[in-house]
Write a protein that binds this ligand. Structure first.
Ligand SMILES: *[C@@H]1O[C@H](CO)[C@@H](O)[C@H](O)[C@H]1NC(C)=O
Ligand SMILES: *[C@@H]1O[C@H](CO)[C@@H](O)[C@H](O)[C@H]1NC(C)=O
Ligand SMILES: *[C@@H]1O[C@H](CO)[C@@H](O)[C@H](O)[C@H]1NC(C)=O
Ligand SMILES: *[C@@H]1O[C@H](CO)[C@@H](O)[C@H](O)[C@H]1NC(C)=O
Ligand SMILES: *[C@@H]1O[C@H](CO)[C@@H](O)[C@H](O)[C@H]1NC(C)=O
Length: 336
């Protein structure tokens, strides 16, 4: 046992030298800013597969209702905040889902976000998937949460056969259940959250920083999410706008990035017991704001969030409560 441990330890050390020498520096292939979002993304006016109280609108409607808005250097994407929904036969409140035209396998994506949607009933997400035969092809949730509760949770979803080790080099922690507003990284039962199989739940990592999600993220002026995907690992980092350790290549949106200098990620998904090329296809970036649905609207989740009424009733009847339900982006940079 001891001998085997040392052999594998030395192989790992060698592999990490190889990867930092060959794989950690990337060049910028896309710099998506302002009106560039309209060129890089498609609007998905689809029926929400997650049963949200939402009506995803097309580009024409989004622009005419000012649900998306681009200036020279920022892009806003939001849910409707002006309309009382008084017809239960509709699917709900207008909102927007956009999907990148380009798809990516190995890459780094850096999201410079000034503000994210907040409010009871909101379910904002920045994620990547292929989707055609989901859960085949996998899914990476980079920024996700509901009802202003807790921290950002980073999650992988796959078909059966991809699991994560309990011990990993990350600053976040494995939460006790698929969704927990719990914010304290103490010892817990973590068996369920190590299986990325979406029919079990998914393998999540709670970022463990209040500034990573919702009203606190917004009060701090937002921050940066970054993901590095290789054939042997997926890492996600988060830095608050107020953090003092933001790497210069991240804060300046540089033309190259060197992830070797970014420190320990908030979430680390190694390939110890998951063959990444088998479970993850080329992914599009998806940004959306859902309301209620399978996550935010789940009765136990909504009730435990301290939000009033029922999710659907609240979303339908309180348009002004969604005044702050908007994403505000400085940029998205892709490096390959
Ligand atoms: C956009 O959606 C509106 C409302 O459903 C519809 O009337 C319009 O034809 C759509 N436009 C396009 C270009 O699909
Ligand atoms: C659309 O939204 C932007 C950003 O909030 C705002 O600056 C602009 O005035 C709005 N336009 C209209 C016509 O309301
Ligand atoms: C529903 O709301 C619209 C305005 O948003 C209003 O014109 C209409 O009268 C309302 N209908 C009912 C049945 O309350
Ligand atoms: C990337 O950063 C690592 C760690 O600081 C360094 O060893 C390596 O030389 C850097 N790579 C490049 C191409 O600058
Ligand atoms: C993880 O990556 C290493 C290096 O490429 C490879 O040898 C190993 O087979 C991979 N593990 C799995 C489970 O795919």
């Amino acid at each position: 046992m001891k001998g085997a441990f040392w052999i594998s330890f030395r192989l790992m050390a060698f592999a990490s030298i190889i990867s930092s020498a060959l794989c950690a520096t990337y060049s910028r292939s896309e710099n998506i800013v302002g009106t560039g979002f309209y060129n890089s993304f498609n609007f998905e006016a689809i029926t929400d597969p997650n049963h949200g109280r939402v009506n995803y609108v097309n580009k024409t409607t989004a622009m005419s209702q000012n649900l998306t808005f681009a200036s020279a250097n920022t892009f806003i994407l939001r849910g409707d905040w002006r309309t009382l929904i008084n017809d239960s036969s509709t699917t709900g409140r207008n909102s927007v889902m956009i999907r990148s035209n380009n798809a990516y396998t190995t890459h780094v994506a850096v999201f410079d976000v000034l503000h994210m949607p907040q409010g009871c009933g909101t379910w904002p997400a920045i994620w990547e998937t292929n989707g055609a035969t989901w859960p085949n092809g996998g899914e990476v949730d980079i920024m996700e949460g509901v009802n202003d509760q807790g921290n950002d949770q980073v999650t992988l979803h796959t078909v059966a056969g991809c699991t994560m080790p309990a011990s990993r080099t990350q600053t976040g922690f494995v939460p006790p259940s698929y969704w927990s507003s719990d914010t304290n990284p103490v010892t817990r039962s973590i068996s369920g959250q190590l299986n990325c199989d979406t029919s079990v739940n998914g393998c999540g990592v709670n970022v463990g920083q209040a500034s990573s999600f919702g009203p606190t993220f917004n009060a701090d002026g937002g921050g940066w999410y970054a993901m590095e995907r290789t054939n042997t690992f997926i890492n996600v980092w988060f830095w608050s706008r107020k953090a003092t350790n933001v790497p210069a290549d991240v804060s300046t949106g540089g033309t190259t990035v060197n992830t070797s200098n970014w420190g320990i990620p908030v979430a680390n998904f190694p390939n110890t017991t998951c063959n990444f090329p088998q479970f993850f296809d080329a992914h599009n970036i998806i940004i959306n704001l859902n309301f209620c649905g399978d996550f935010a609207g789940q009765a136990s989740v909504y009730a435990s969030s301290g939000c009033p009424s029922t999710c659907t009733s609240y979303v339908d009847n309180n348009p002004a409560a969604f005044d702050n339900a908007y994403f505000w982006f400085n940029s998205i940079n892709i490096y390959q």
